[in-house]
Design a binder for this molecule. Structure first.
Ligand SMILES: [Zn+2]
Length: 210
C-alpha cells in the first residue's frame, strides 16, 4: 500500500494552512491499488457542458493534488482516485524526465519544455503508429511493480481541456506512452495485463522502513 511521504504532506499543509477547511480539501486523495474493482471498470464520458461545473473542477484539482503528491508520478487517471470518469492529467514533470533521459527524441524534448500540467477529458486516440517501442513502465496503482510494455512510438489524441475547449496533441516517445497507459486506465486495463518481465523494485524509503 502506498503511503504519503511526510515531507510531501507537510509542504502541502504549510502552503494551504490558512483554514482547516482548505487543508481537508487539499489533502491528497488515496490512490487505489490494483485489486480495487474501480480500476477494472469502463470509465464514462463527462458531458462537455459539465466540464466547467464546480463538481468536475474539484475532481480535476483533486487529481492534480494526488499526482503532485507522488514524487515519481507523471500522469493519473480519474479511476485511480475513485472517479470512474474519462479524464486524465499529465504532470509538467515529464519535462524533467525527458531532459534527464538519454532519449534521442530531440524534437520532442524541445516541445516538452513548454508543456504545463495538462488535463485530458474524454480523450480519444485518433492516430497511432504501427511502429512500436518496448518501454519500462510502472503505475501509481501498481506499487511497486515494473515491466516492459510494447507501446506505439507515436500517438495523436483529441480531448477537451479543463475549460471545455477541444484540442489535438500529437506525441512521440514518453508522452505517446503516457497517452496509451492512461487511455488503458479509462478502459479498465492495467499495464501488468500487457507487461513482460514484471519485477518488484521497492523505493529506498519503503525498503528502509521495513
Ligand atoms: Zn497507471
Amino acid at each position: 500500500m502506498l503511503t504519503l511521504g511526510s515531507t510531501a504532506s507537510e509542504s502541502l499543509l504549510s502552503k494551504h494552512s490558512s483554514t482547516n477547511f482548505k487543508i481537508q480539501l487539499l489533502m491528497p486523495k488515496k490512490i487505489f491499488q490494483k485489486e480495487a474493482p474501480i480500476l477494472r471498470k469502463m470509465a464514462v464520458e463527462i458531458s462537455a457542458n459539465s466540464i466547467k461545473s464546480p463538481k468536475i473542477q474539484k475532481i480535476i484539482e483533486e487529481m492534480k493534488v494526488a499526482l503532485e503528491s507522488q514524487d515519481d508520478g507523471v500522469a493519473i487517471a480519474g479511476p485511480q482516485i475513485g472517479y470512474p470518469l474519462r479524464i486524465f492529467v499529465v504532470s509538467k514533470r515529464i519535462q524533467d524526465i525527458v531532459k534527464e533521459s538519454k532519449s534521442e527524441l530531440t524534437e520532442d524534448n524541445k516541445k516538452y519544455k513548454t508543456l504545463a500540467t495538462t488535463v485530458y477529458i474524454n480523450p480519444v486516440i485518433k492516430k497511432i503508429s504501427k511502429k512500436k517501442m518496448v518501454v519500462e513502465e510502472g503505475c501509481l496503482s501498481v506499487r511497486y511493480l515494473y515491466g516492459k510494455v510494447s507501446r506505439s512510438l507515436k500517438a495523436t489524441i483529441v480531448a477537451y481541456d479543463e475549460n471545455g475547449k477541444k484540442f489535438t496533441r500529437g506525441a512521440t516517445g514518453l508522452l505517446a506512452q503516457i497517452f496509451q497507459h492512461e487511455v488503458d486506465h479509462l478502459n479498465g486495463i492495467l499495464f501488468i495485463d500487457k507487461a513482460k518481465h514484471i519485477e518488484e523494485i521497492l523505493p529506498k524509503s519503503v525498503v528502509s522502513s521495513k
